[in-house]
Design a protein around this ligand. Structure first.
Ligand code: HEC
Length: 159
């Protein structure tokens, strides 16, 4: 092999090494970007749970279906990402503690049994707060609602 060929070969080996490191870094960054932000997801859940309370007050199953679906999607984001936050398996806990309670709420709405809906909604809230205790955030306590409806939104049935 002549010297030029050796030099080119060495150059290419080094170049591919550099590119490999860059690609690996980019892959890591894309993975981080795709991870849901736990804080944002929790803020969404808080809002949705709050609105669910008003929709239940109005026994508005159409609106409830909408919000329950949003809550499920937020939970799915954490589960699918298998999110681990400060060593806490948040994704797995969401699947075991929260998701079944949302499904029970959904079933109760489908059955049109409003006493059961109110009851199941309390169980969802308990699951939220239980997980805050389990993950080391016992000071985050979510309630069904604030004292007055703070939304610029009318939750009553449209018919
Ligand atoms: C898998 C465990 C888990 C479940 C289930 C869970 N949370 Fe959380 N939640 C956390 C953790 C961990 C934090 C702290 C997140 C952080 O530091 O950003 C948190 C933070 C919060 C916060 C504080 C963020 C803010 O915007 O003030 C609120 C509110 C909240 N959760 C509401 C809820 C609601 C509502 C539910 C139920 C529908 C729920 N959470 C279910 C683990 C959970």
């Amino acid at each position: 092999m002549n010297k030029a060929l050796i030099a080119i070969t060495i150059f290419l080996v080094i170049l591919s090494g550099i590119l490999w490191v860059k690609v690996a870094n980019l892959e890591n960054q894309v993975e981080d970007l795709n991870k849901p932000s736990l804080y944002d997801t929790m803020t969404v859940m808080q809002t949705v749970v709050h609105k669910i309370a008003y929709a239940i007050d109005n026994e508005n199953s159409e609106l409830l279906d909408f919000y329950i679906h949003e809550l499920e999607e937020a939970a799915e984001d954490l589960i699918e990402a298998d999110l681990v936050y400060h060593d806490q398996p948040v994704g797995q806990l969401t699947a075991t503690m929260l998701e079944p309670t949302i499904e029970d709420l959904e079933d109760a709405v489908e059955a049109g049994d409003w006493d059961r809906v109110r009851d199941r909604n309390q169980v969802v809230l308990q699951a939220c707060n239980n997980c805050h205790v389990s993950t080391g955030y016992p000071s985050i306590v979510v309630k069904e609602r604030a004292e007055v409806n703070p939304y610029n939104q009318d939750f009553s049935k449209r018919d």
